[in-house]
Design a protein around this ligand. Structure first.
Ligand SMILES: NC(=O)c1ccc[n+]([C@@H]2O[C@H](COP(=O)([O-])OP(=O)(O)OC[C@H]3O[C@@H](n4cnc5c(N)ncnc54)[C@H](OP(=O)(O)O)[C@@H]3O)[C@@H](O)[C@H]2O)c1
Length: 286
């Protein structure tokens, strides 16, 4: 077995946020299946989910060292605490996967300021601070940072304004950090999935009008429009051995939105009309 990072003699230590559900728990399982990592540190709020995952991973790779840290990333002190506990228990980190994230079950105008603050903290502030706290270790080990963004940044969606802003901010920082760290040997990768059917979608689906037809994406009524969580997780895991600047999981949906994004840039008035109509048509912007 050959690995780019770290040397093949030592199996990497991975810290994964948002490990209790959806993409995060699937990334953890996929990593364990490879049997190529030495230690995984799992963090999220729901302890019982993390404990179940710990048991599952121990079966998939009995030699894997598994640690859990419960933390609410909306707490301003959480990134520092997670970094400190991780370094104390493992001695260093080779791979940081900033995966935790949330959408809001309301439009921007209906969201409580506290909800917006928490969303910004979890989706944007926490990845930056966690990375900053772990940077000396990541540089020393010529490690890898993987940020989970979103294809939503292709087009400003009136139904997901605050969420899209956090992911656009994450993408900007990701690219800037990659350039800043270019000569350190640290790899910085951005993953921008299109829709994946996870609890994330279930949380947004509460915004749909009651009794309406199933939504093609939020209710997974047209599975060809959503990516399989296992496929996205596999792409994320592949980045550890084969880092890439930017990866998106390309269902037809993502490409449609890329083209629409370019058109709205060229024809802004038409773009505003179309995006609002699309969201209202799905009951999301009423
Ligand atoms: N699903 C999609 O369609 C989609 C598309 C593009 C990008 N993404 C991105 O992919 C990533 C994973 O999403 P997913 O679909 O797997 O969502 P999910 O199933 O809802 O899982 C979200 C994870 O984030 C954690 N999390 C949420 N709030 C947290 C908080 N305050 N503190 C600590 N952890 C918190 C949750 O853990 P606890 O609740 O246990 O804390 C959970 O493990 C997110 O960054 C999301 O933005 C998702």
């Amino acid at each position: 077995m050959t690995t780019h990072n770290p040397p093949s003699t030592r199996r990497p230590i991975v810290l994964l946020t948002g490990a209790s559900a959806g993409l995060g728990s699937t990334i953890a399982r996929t990593l364990a299946q490879t049997r190529r990592i030495g230690t995984i540190v799992l963090t999220a709020r729901r302890i019982e989910r993390l404990e179940q995952l710990e048991r599952d991973l121990a079966i998939l790779d009995p030699s894997l060292e598994i640690m859990t840290i419960t933390a609410d990333l909306a707490d301003p002190d959480a990134p520092r605490r997670i970094a400190r506990e991780t370094l104390e228990r493992t001695g260093g980190v080779d791979v940081l996967i900033n995966n935790a994230g949330l959408g809001l079950p309301t439009l921007f105008a209906d969201a409580a300021p506290a909800q917006l603050k928490d969303q910004l903290a979890v989706n944007l502030t926490a990845p930056l601070l966690l990375t900053r706290h772990l940077l000396p270790s990541l540089i020393e080990r010529k490690g890898t940072i993987i940020n989970i963004g979103s294809a939503i940044t292709c087009i400003a969606n009136s139904a997901l304004g605050a969420y899209g802003a956090t992911k656009a901010g994450l993408a900007y920082w990701n690219d800037a950090l990659r350039r800043e760290l270019m000569e350190t040997g640290v790899k910085v990768c951005l993953v921008e999935p299109g829709p994946i059917h996870t609890e994330f979608m279930d949380a947004l689906a509460v915004r749909l009008p009651k009794g309406g037809a199933p939504d093609p994406i939020l209710n997974n009524a047209r599975p060809w429009m959503t990516a399989r969580v296992e496929d996205v997780a596999e792409r994320v895991v592949r980045l550890i051995e084969s880092p890439r600047r930017r990866v998106s999981y390309t269902r037809r949906f993502v490409w449609t939105f890329r083209v629409l994004g370019a058109l709205t840039w060229l024809f802004p008035a038409l773009g505003d009309w179309f995006v609002v109509k699309l969201s209202r048509g799905r009951g999301l912007n009423a």
